[in-house]
Design a binder for this molecule. Structure first.
Ligand SMILES: Cc1cc2nc3c(=O)[nH]c(=O)nc-3n(C[C@H](O)[C@H](O)[C@H](O)COP(=O)(O)O)c2cc1C
Length: 329
């Protein structure tokens, strides 16, 4: 078994978290991850309002007796959703583990801590990780350059970012981005992480509530099949490379650059949602990490987590054999 500060804190068997995923982090996937020994996380904003989140939590409770969490992503928007309403509904339904992500999470983190919750906060820089620690979070989830979704603007790969976290942080941290197998899990443990957070790998499981075509598209892809959009708008997002994301990048590269209005229709969330419903990978923008290159099959979450656990143990055992006493050489 792999025992880390994360497994102890969350009461889970495998040190793997399924990060919040818009349109994907729904009860069947979340429960399957938690039943498989990891930590499943519901994505609050995938639900249209706090009451719908309450129902999703109840549904998840019916599917698993294991711990699971709720992600609240703070968006850079003029008309913010009712974050507090979502948070309150989740706490009232008994959720005690939260993943926060995005801008200015202070108020929300304080609210969760006042209510005795465990908070995992996503950061892309050591500076932001330290601010989150000052706010009282229990774990930071360090998103490197490889990750799906928002990697920040600094382009620091996981290898250096995690080693920097080992130097600088005084609470447990987990590695987010680029992990999709047991080898990656063992590697991030070696870099001092208490576990891994995965998104893309979990999209490609039997229980992920997305069209089979998209899962097969991921299996058929390689590590060159993602791209950064919104780079010029300083809100970089790593997404699957398809017709729409290629067009967005072309618009951004035009002389004079682009404003959000120029790409608004192309990048709409409604179109992204359609991708998962209809199975057309070119219909809209959908998040995917560089780890698409590592994904070769569509297992159940239980199979995936058991396999990762065994692979990580084998890698760690193999490393022990690398170390030979001088006298034996
Ligand atoms: C389809 C998809 C949707 C995502 N949506 C969110 C989101 O709404 N909020 C969030 O904090 N992270 C989101 N993420 C990021 C993941 O939680 C996680 O940090 C990331 O996937 C890690 O990188 P990986 O894909 O290489 O494992 C999303 C990722 C994917 C693949």
């Amino acid at each position: 078994m792999l025992v880390t500060p994360l497994t102890k804190l969350l009461g889970i068997r495998v040190p793997v978290v399924q990060g919040g995923m818009q349109w994907v982090g729904l009860p069947p996937l979340v429960a399957a991850v938690s039943n498989g020994g990891g930590l499943g996380i519901l994505t609050a904003l995938t639900q249209p309002n706090p009451e719908a989140l309450r129902q999703a939590i109840r549904e998840t409770h019916k599917l698993t007796s294991k711990p699971f969490g709720v992600n609240i992503t703070l968006l850079p928007t003029i008309n913010p959703p009712d974050y507090e309403g979502y948070a309150r509904a989740a706490i009232e339904e008994g959720v005690r583990i939260f993943e926060t992500a995005g801008n200015s999470p202070g108020k929300l983190i304080r609210y969760f801590k006042q209510n005795g919750c465990i908070v995992i906060h996503k950061c892309t820089t050591i500076r932001h990780a330290k601010s989150a620690i000052r706010l009282g979070v229990d774990v930071v989830s360090v998103d490197g350059f490889e990750c799906a979704g928002h990697p920040g603007e600094e382009d620091i790969g996981g290898l250096v970012l995690l080693a920097r976290a080992a130097q600088e942080l005084n609470i447990p941290y987990i590695a987010s981005g680029g992990v999709a197998d047991g080898r990656g899990l063992a590697a991030v443990l070696a870099l001092g992480a208490a576990g891994a957070n995965m998104g893309t790998r979990f999209m490609c499981t039997v229980e992920a509530p997305i069209h089979q075509n998209i899962k097969e598209k991921i299996v058929a892809s390689n590590e060159q099949d993602t791209v950064h959009i919104f780079r010029t708008l300083h809100n970089t997002a790593r997404v699957f490379k398809n017709k729409v994301s290629t067009e967005v990048v072309a618009i951004e590269r035009k002389p004079g650059g682009a404003k959000f209005e120029d790409v608004r229709e192309l990048v709409s969330g409604a179109r992204g949602k359609q991708v998962y419903e209809t199975g057309d990978p070119d219909y809209g923008i959908w998040s995917a990490g560089v780890s698409v290159g590592l994904i070769k099959d569509i297992p159940t979450c239980e199979e995936l987590l058991a396999r990762m656990e065994k692979e990580a143990e084998d890698v760690i055992d193999g490393l022990v054999k690398v170390r030979v006493e001088k006298a034996k050489l």
